[in-house]
Design a binder for this molecule. Sequence first.
Ligand SMILES: [Ca+2]
Length: 83
Amino acid sequence: MIQIIIFDDKKSFIHLALGFISALLPFPIKLFLFFGFLMYELIETIISRLRGFLFSQPIFDDFLSDLLEFLVGAGLASLFKIF
Ligand SMILES: [Ca+2]
């Protein structure tokens, strides 16, 4: 079982907004933003791990939390997208 807490900090809403905006942009740009976001999150996770901030919890909890926030934003955008 995986338990992930989303919307756990102020940055959560930036992830949500980024996902929302990404989904509304044209095809190549939205993929570019998505992979850019993934790379940023991976690097952030690795740096946090190296600094020892995440030693008390599974490595990818925060990564998955942020990714889900992005995808919820993208999902909401797709509901409101007309074209
Ligand atoms: Ca988060």
